[in-house]
Write a protein that binds this ligand. Structure first.
Ligand code: MF3
Ligand code: CO
Ligand code: CO
Length: 292
């Protein structure tokens, strides 16, 4: 009887025009069972359909092409405004829209966070990239109405040994958490793998700013904390798209926000922070990175 309810031939509610049982039906039935066994489950609206996934995949690819262009052109002596210009030009060439520009009043097309800046760095012609700097470029792009979001680290000249370690550990922490994803794993698993890896390497993880559901708009539920406990939080169902984007600090995890602009976030102790962001999809049999 319950199976009938979930497997009936009516069209899926999501607009895919597929029979419910071939679309969200299977997943919702599994989630219902998990809920009955005491699990926390995601809102069904967070589970994308095939058409949306194709659109988000495309947006992710376009976003990566823009970051590739940044990677090819970024160099010492350039200002972070120059990075913004590169992003704007490439985004237009690709027929896309920079999602950051005007987002809740953000004044530029991309975030460029240098050294002790944790995130939301505002590109400026006054900020010149110099030897020894580490920079995060966080790009978010709207393409055909879908959103791609990813960020990479760039370094210049001779960076300190600890800076190199910080970036390596950040990258490895994200890769570790991604590699552990599977259908119906838990949100807290991500925080567990990222957090424990960073802590074991002597670094600290920002808790109050983190990843997020993504794809139809820039920031969707759930909030992805990069500190957590294995097996805690909602289960992650096939069709869910979210980012993993830890901000990992050399020193304290505490931070402050620039009062003048309300955006730029800095480490409280002035030490370095690194971030790497990937957008991932949970699939029926594993995961897919949408930011390659
Ligand atoms: N790309 C950022 C993220 O990963 C958000 C950008 S904030 C904006 O969530 F204001 F610049 F848009
Ligand atoms: Co981002
Ligand atoms: Co993001």
């Amino acid at each position: 009887m319950i199976e009938d309810d979930y497997m009936k031939k009516v069209q899926c509610w999501c607009g895919s025009k597929l029979p419910y049982r071939d679309c969200h039906g299977k997943i919702e039935y599994k989630l219902k069972k998990l809920k009955e066994s005491g699990e926390k489950i995601p809102n069904k609206r967070l589970i994308k359909n095939a058409e949306q996934i194709n659109g988000i995949r495309e947006a992710g690819k376009i976003n990566s092409l823009i970051l590739d262009t940044v990677a090819e052109n970024i160099k010492v002596g350039m200002s972070t405004q120059d990075i913004d210009d590169i992003v704007m030009k490439r985004t237009k060439e690709l027929g896309a829209i920079p999602a950051c520009l005007g987002y809740e009043g953000f004044p530029k097309s991309v975030c460029t966070s240098v050294n002790n800046q944790i995130c939301h760095g505002i590109p400026s012609s006054d900020v010149i990239l110099k030897d020894g700097d580490i920079v995060n470029v966080d790009c978010t792009t709207i393409y055909n109405g879908f959103v791609g979001d990813a960020s990479r680290m760039f370094t210049f000249g001779n960076i300190s040994e600890n800076a190199a370690k910080l970036i390596r550990v950040t990258k490895e922490a994200v890769e570790l958490a991604v590699s552990k994803l599977y259908p119906y794993c838990h949100l807290g698993d991500i925080g567990y793998y990222v957090g424990s890896y960073a802590h074991d390497n002597g670094f600290n993880v920002v808790r109050e700013i983190g990843g997020h559901g993504c794809g139809l708009s820039m920031h969707e539920d759930p909030y992805v904390c990069h500190v957590g406990t294995l097996g805690s939080g909602i289960v992650l169902a096939p069709g869910m798209v979210f980012t993993i984007e830890p901000m990992i600090n050399e020193g304290t995890a505490r931070f402050f926000v620039d009062e003048k602009d309300g955006w730029q976030v800095y480490t409280a102790d002035g030490k370095l922070s690194a971030q790497i962001e990937h957008m991932v999809l949970i699939t029926e049999d594993g995961y897919e990175v949408l930011s390659k």
